[in-house]
Design a protein around this ligand. Structure first.
Ligand code: CDP
Length: 226
C-alpha cells in the first residue's frame, strides 16, 4: 500500500461538554471519513445494565454481562445510530439516568479491555480513507499511533452552558453538578484534561461550532498528503 493510500486515523479526546461528538461527526462528514463515538458504547452498556437489572456497582455482574452484550453503532456520520440487541437506543443513552451510571461501568478494567479491542476492530474494518475516533483515551490507549491526535478542551463554564443547551428539562445547576461529578469519576481512570506528548490542544472556549470544526479539519488536512 502506498503512503497516500494508508488509512488516516484521527484521535480526539476531551471532557464532557467539550463538543467532541458533534464536532468530530461534522468534521468527518466534511472530510468524507467515518466517525466512531466510543462514549456511546460505554453508554450502551450502561443502558443495557439498567434495562436488564444488572447492578452497575457490581463489577463481576457487569463483566459477566459482556458475553451477551450485542451492540452496534453507526460509523457513517450521515447515518448515526446506537443499537443494543433489537433496541434503537440512540436517544435513550443520553438520558440522565444512563449518564449517571456510565462512569461506574467505564471504570471496570475488563470492560475497558473488551471495548478497546472492539474499537480497534471497528477502525480496522472502516473502508473510508480515514476515521475520526473520539472519546477519553483515544490519543493514549485506543489509537496512540493515530496520524492526528487532538485534545479538545473548553472552560468548565462553556462546557456547562453547551450541555445545558442540549438537555431540555434539566436545570443548569443540575447539569453543572453532573458534569463535574462525572469528570471527577472519569479522571480517576484516564487523564483527558492534559495533552499527552505529541497531542495538539484545541481550546474551543471562544470558538463557535463551525470554527471548531474548521480547526479540526485544518489540522487533518495539514497532516495529510494529497
Ligand atoms: O458526551 P460526553 O462527553 O458527555 O460523554 P460520552 O463521550 O458520551 O462518554 C460517556 C462516558 O463514557 C464518559 O463519562 C466516560 O465514563 C466513558 N468513556 C470512557 O471511559 N472512555 C471513552 N473513550 C469514552 C467514554
Amino acid at each position: 500500500m502506498s503512503a497516500a493510500a494508508e488509512q488516516i486515523v484521527v484521535a480526539i479526546d476531551g471532557p464532557a461538554g467539550s463538543g467532541k461528538s458533534s464536532v468530530s461527526r461534522e468534521a468527518a462528514r466534511q472530510l468524507g471519513f467515518d466517525y466512531q463515538d466510543t462514549g456511546a458504547a460505554y453508554r450502551a452498556l450502561a443502558w443495557r445494565c439498567i434495562h436488564e437489572g444488572i447492578d452497575t456497582l457490581e463489577p463481576s455482574d457487569v463483566i459477566d454481562s459482556l458475553d451477551s452484550f450485542e451492540w452496534s453503532i453507526g460509523i457513517n456520520p450521515a447515518d448515526y445510530f446506537v443499537r443494543v440487541g433489537s433496541h434503537d437506543v440512540t436517544e435513550a443513552i443520553r438520558e440522565p439516568h444512563v449518564t449517571s451510571v456510565v462512569s461506574s461501568v467505564a471504570r471496570i478494567p475488563e470492560v475497558r479491555g473488551y471495548l478497546v479491542e472492539q474499537f480497534r476492530a471497528i477502525i480496522a474494518q472502516s473502508t473510508q480513507r480515514g476515521i475520526i475516533v473520539e472519546g477519553r483515551d483515544i490519543t493514549t490507549v485506543v489509537a496512540p499511533q493515530a496520524r492526528v491526535r487532538i485534545l479538545l478542551t473548553a472552560s468548565e463554564e462553556a462546557r456547562i452552558s453547551r450541555r445545558s443547551a442540549e438537555l431540555t428539562g434539566v436545570s443548569a445547576q443540575a447539569t453543572a453538578t453532573e458534569l463535574s461529578f462525572r469528570d471527577t469519576q472519569d479522571l480517576r481512570v484516564v487523564d483527558f484534561m492534559n495533552a499527552a506528548d505529541g497531542v495538539t490542544t484545541i481550546d474551543s472556549t471562544d470558538l463557535d461550532f463551525e470554527q471548531t470544526v474548521h480547526a479540526v479539519v485544518d489540522l487533518v488536512q495539514a497532516s495529510t498528503p494529497d
